[in-house]
Design a protein around this ligand. Structure first.
Ligand code: AMP
Ligand code: TRP
Length: 339
């Protein structure tokens, strides 16, 4: 039986990813890669945020499949289920409960300034539902329930972290120290992996054109092909310049994250070489990195019982950990405790 981590003795990390598509290299380099080295130092809680995925219409059978697949990927990427709490958001009712309460402490004005809301309202203009609007409040609930200290995410989540902090501080100002005010951890390299064909947009797993992203489950051949097709520029020099060379700079940040080299070292490695060579090498390096993850993922997906067990166990631990915060909140705001 797995031990429930104690709340006090280590700092707490929380993060999550939506099971809304196959994970991309952006999710991996922006988020997951930074989760792995912290599993001993912190109490880490990682969720598969299925409730968040519902803000966009999902096919039910696919959503179920992707939820399992994402859990398998978490483990395949190196998250040890014995050291980390891995769970599915909807398995812990406390998230939806706290989200309702926090909705009453969040202003519509601040929500309407959220970039992700504005973007998704454009890309899903036929379904601008209330959930899409209050999405950051559910995210705040996810984080605040566990008294989280640190939230490792990609750059696109910076604004959501800021609103989470605002909500926490606002609540604490009224009721005393109820929530820990969390910090974002956004990596210096890899926090903004861009689309391969349109390097001015971020790489996204819900993109319609699969050539725009690398899925963690793409075959080595596909990966190399996608990199070979990546949009670059006409200068023919490999150097980092986000503004004038967004395509090459994006490939450099991917390569830097994957092989652990600095931009300067990469510029030296490819001095005098062409874009073709560079793209080939980036593709191969990514394929090599993903190979063991894909193998492990395949193994795990074949063992449904094992995954179900992890999910069940994770849900229990997550519930235990969040219960205390939820009870405190209810008490502070004046809800009569259930006898
Ligand atoms: P999502 O796919 O929106 O559920 O995002 C899950 C995590 O991956 C979040 O921490 C995001 O900030 C991160 N992420 C998503 N896309 C990218 C990207 N293109 N570059 C870097 N990080 C990303
Ligand atoms: N909103 C995040 C995204 O789209 C996913 C997410 C939901 C999350 N809840 C979270 C990330 C809590 C970190 C912490 O990427």
């Amino acid at each position: 039986k797995r031990e429930v981590p104690k709340m006090k003795d280590k700092k707490i990390i929380f993060s999550g990813i939506q099971p809304s598509g196959n994970l991309t290299l952006g999710n991996y380099l922006g988020a997951i890669i930074n989760w792995i080295p912290r599993q001993d130092e912190y109490n880490c809680i990682y969720s598969i945020v299925d409730l968040h995925a519902l803000t966009v219409r999902q096919n039910p059978a696919e959503l179920r499949q992707k939820t399992r697949s994402l859990l398998a990927l978490y483990i395949a990427c190196g998250l040890d289920p014995d050291k980390n709490v891995l769970f599915v958001q909807s398995h812990n009712g406390a998230h939806a409960e706290l989200a309702w309460i926090l909705n009453c402490y969040t202003y519509t004005g601040e929500l309407s300034r959220m970039t992700q809301f504005k973007e998704k309202s454009q890309s899903h203009a036929d379904n601008i539902n209330a959930g899409l609007f209050t999405y950051p409040v559910l995210m705040a609930a996810d984080i605040l329930l566990y008294q989280t200290d640190l939230v490792p995410v990609g750059h696109d989540q910076k604004q959501h972290l800021e609103i989470t902090r605002d909500i926490a501080q606002r609540f604490n100002n009224i009721y005393g120290e109820v929530f820990t005010v969390p910090e974002a951890y956004i990596p210096e390299v890899g926090a903004r992996i861009m689309s391969l064909q349109q390097p001015e947009n971020k790489m996204s797993k819900s993109d319609e054109n699969p050539n725009n992203y690398i899925s963690l489950l793409d075959s080595p051949n596909t990966i190399v092909k996608k990199f070979k097709r990546a949009v670059t520029d006409s200068e023919r020099i490999i150097r980092y310049d986000e503004k004038d060379k967004p395509g090459i700079s994006n490939l450099m940040s991917i390569y830097a994250s994957v092989v652990g080299k600095s931009y300067k070292e990469i510029e030296e490695e490819f001095q005098g070489k062409g874009y073709g060579d560079f793209k080939q090498r980036v593709g191969e390096a990514v394929a090599e990195t993903l190979k063991p993850i894909q193998e492990k993922h395949r193994e795990l997906m074949a063992d449904k019982g094992y995954l179900d067990n992890i999910m069940k166990d994770g849900a229990e631990r997550a519930e235990n950990l969040s219960y205390r915060t939820l009870r405190k909140v209810y008490k502070k705001i004046g809800l009569v405790p259930r006898g």
